[in-house]
Ligand binder design. Structure first.
Ligand SMILES: [Zn+2]
Ligand SMILES: [Zn+2]
Length: 323
């Protein structure tokens, strides 16, 4: 029997991570001061410095400038500089950043993908924080390019629109089915990925982004409606159109159930997040087979709607459907 020795490097990274998370626990973040947060030359105790420089083993984010943190001390002037999207003054900006930071940590705890996606902090910072606080749920790979590279190498189907959260989830599910590595911690798993598949080659960033799948599906529906009169469609055409509506609705949900806000329970063989299309006003009750009357739900929530159809859920989903 092979006894695997603990990797000293990983033990060190994990010890550093634990220290960080206990120094900056959720209660502390609630009241963290600007001084304790912002990067400034000569101070190695602040949140941003430690997240970036001390925790390199948890994913290297040194490439992007201090701007990613929203607020920082400018070396030349010693004054606070900040991203204007957060506010007009340094104090105003920091108060927004602090609350976004707390919200992110809460969203990670709840697996609330929508809240993670809507969070204002820069993606690279967001994903690193998630991996720091929830090392058993989020990978320390923060770049979409690296994540798609590993999916490709491992033969995991992925879609052009998959974001970091979905790609990470796919890699996590793949690990569960690999007997050799399924018991590894996520830090060991990341080390394995880089060792096994190598570092992805750098690519030209100037490549134009292709039309998103959602946009394409919407165009397809428009084209379909241009060719058919809704009141005079054959059964086959009605079905074809219905499939398009369902595809749009599921794509719009981006892998998250629109009622419980939890990620889809699994991916199908094509690599699509498994969700079901539900008509808020049921077709059987005269509801329209249109995007504005449909949502994407996980199988549990879908069942719940068909058994209970509670008014509060219906009202909530109606707003979501109208989007
Ligand atoms: Zn659900
Ligand atoms: Zn339904």
């Amino acid at each position: 029997m092979k006894i695997s020795e603990p990797n000293p490097n990983i033990l060190h990274i994990e010890a550093l991570r634990k220290k960080f998370v206990s120094d900056f626990d959720r209660d502390m973040l609630e009241g963290i001061t600007l001084e304790q947060y912002a990067m400034r030359t000569g101070d190695k105790k602040n949140f941003c410095y430690r997240l970036e420089r001390e925790q390199i083993g948890m994913g290297d984010i040194r490439n992007a400038t201090a701007q990613k943190f929203g607020i920082w001390v400018r070396k030349s002037t010693g004054e606070y500089d900040f991203t204007k999207k957060y506010g007009q003054t340094a104090e105003e900006a920091f108060s927004v950043i602090r609350s976004e930071l707390c919200r992110l940590v809460d969203a990670g705890k709840e697996d609330d993908f929508n809240a993670i996606r809507k969070n204002m902090l820069a993606p690279i910072v967001r994903y690193k924080i998630l991996a720091m606080y929830y090392p058993d749920k989020f990978l320390t790979i923060h770049s979409e390019r690296h994540l798609t590279y590993f999916c490709k190498k491992a033969g995991i189907p992925y879609l052009q629109d998959d974001d970091e959260l979905v790609l990470q989830r796919k890699l996590l599910q793949w690990k569960e089915n690999q007997p050799d590595i399924q018991n590894q911690s996520l830090l060991e798993y990341v080390a394995y990925l880089y060792e096994h598949f190598g570092v992805p080659p750098t690519v030209d960033k100037g490549l134009a982004k292709k039309k998103t799948r959602l946009k394409k599906l919407k165009d397809d529906l428009k084209a379909f409606d241009g060719r058919h009169v809704k009141t005079h469609m054959t059964e086959v055409e009605v079905k074809e159109r219905s499939t398009l509506v369902a595809e749009i609705v599921k794509e719009r949900a981006a892998g998250v159930c629109q009622l419980c806000n939890k990620p889809a329970p699994f991916f199908n063989k094509k690599g699509e997040a498994y969700l079901e299309c539900h008509h808020v006003i049921w077709i059987a009750r005269g509801g329209a087979d249109e995007v504005y009357n449909a949502v994407a739900l996980c199988p549990n929530c879908h069942r719940k709607m068909h058994i209970l159809d509670e008014k509060s859920d219906v009202d909530y989903l109606m707003e979501i459907a109208k989007g």
